[in-house]
Design a protein around this ligand. Sequence first.
Ligand SMILES: [Zn+2]
Ligand SMILES: [Zn+2]
Length: 538
Amino acid sequence: MNMTLIRVFGRTFFVDCGALFPDATHVGVNLILPSTNYIDEEQIHPEAWLITHGHEDHIGAMPHIFKRYPAPIYGTEFTIELIRAKFEDAGITDVTYRVWDFYKTTLFRNVKVTPFPVNHSIAQAAGLFIETPVGNVLHMGDFRIDYNPPEGTMTHHNVAKVLKNKPVHIMMSDSTNTFNEGTDNSESNTRHAIAQYFETEPGAVVVATFASNISRLDHVLQAARDKNRKVALLGRSMYRNSDIAARLHILNFPPDLIIDLEEAHRIPRNELCILCTGSQGEAFSGLHRLAFESLDAFDLKANDCVLFSSRMIPGNEKSIDALITKLIRMGCKVFTGKDDPQIHVSGHAYQEDLRTCILIAKPFSFLPVHGTYRHLKRHRELAIEAGVSPEMSFLAENGDVVLVEENTPVGVIDHVTSGRDYVCAGGIFSQNSPVYKERVQLAMTGVVVASFHVDPDSFELLQKPLVALKGIPLNDFELARKCGPIFEKVKGSLLQRKRTTRMSREEFKEQFKEDLRLAIRRHIENILNYKTAVIVML
Ligand SMILES: [Zn+2]
Ligand SMILES: [Zn+2]
């Protein structure tokens, strides 16, 4: 869920605007956004949106946040196309897109922004070199170094090329894999690794991967062509992204290689590949549907083989595990990156890659980003080992303000509001909002509604109390019967208090409702041993 503000003399650039997917603990949450509280309070308007690449943790929140802070959006062609597709779905039209060419500098008065290519697990990922009158920022984006790169160039060479020996006052770098030593295999290896399954497996081979990883799609398609398998695509983003990539000429394949899923049953099983979404076990995704629904066009059979050409994103373990269990139950063979490290490589730099880039950039100061506190701390240590002075190696968390100035000792100087907003049915709520907290309580404990029909002057009960229960394991009739004596008891003690304290009729009524609520809740707590939500209507 990445979003960074870079401010130069009061002008602000928004870098990325990512979302996070909820897990089972986020009750009723569809998507998690970075909180914009601080931007709202300070009434900050962006000069531009600078987007490093099209992964969800960098663009996923844009449809929800962009409209309130309109400004031209800068990104490489593939990144812009992914944002455009999202905006079309959301009905957002009035947008200025600016497509970036690598190494071409955009001038924002005295601020120069130059994107450069980095190796990563998505097409056209960029790092940014931002030159300002008070110092230069090197923002690495998400990256790794691939020594046999499908992109044709290597990250560290590109860093050297964009810097042209200019000083870097602060380097912001990706901390995802700071605990992995060495460097990972080349993305190019996956082609050969996947081709081996195509050659030896007697059944259909299903490859699940992220649809934005165009190099991976390319390798699967090439391997399929090499081993005479036809490829059927499955999953909405798989269609969409391969379409975009083909249109931009970054994915090339002979037209007869791809078949419709409906044609799949006409192809011998050992000449078939299904390339699909759903490597994270997401509901409604391609692989999920293959496992849990029966599709008219195609059904998995025993001895088909499923490759998870992806990593397991933390938080998705349970859904992936349920998916794999179902596939095994169907008799399929399943291989993940853990079973066969050759079928997936990481898009994020290992220690050796991180060190190489730091040594080339030789930054005056260093800010690890993109990782948990534990990852950031380890990355800071790596930077110090690579020669950055400890005083200039920072450790900043969400909401921290880092000051950068030429030749001045700087660092974290302030902390502003940060947090999470939840996209839920009916709107976007802060994680701390009363509405969201109430929803969680209803989900956890259920709700009791108790209704008392009373004479407005004497507060005499005119009818037996009524009770409605949702998610409470009690009998509503018995609880309603119990509410009569509770009502009389609460009224009695409140009337006694009224004799000593002055209370208007309205105050009396409100106090009555609150005392009733607490008394009913206490009564239920005595039976069930937990506190429920209780609503009293008087
Ligand atoms: Zn990322
Ligand atoms: Zn990424």
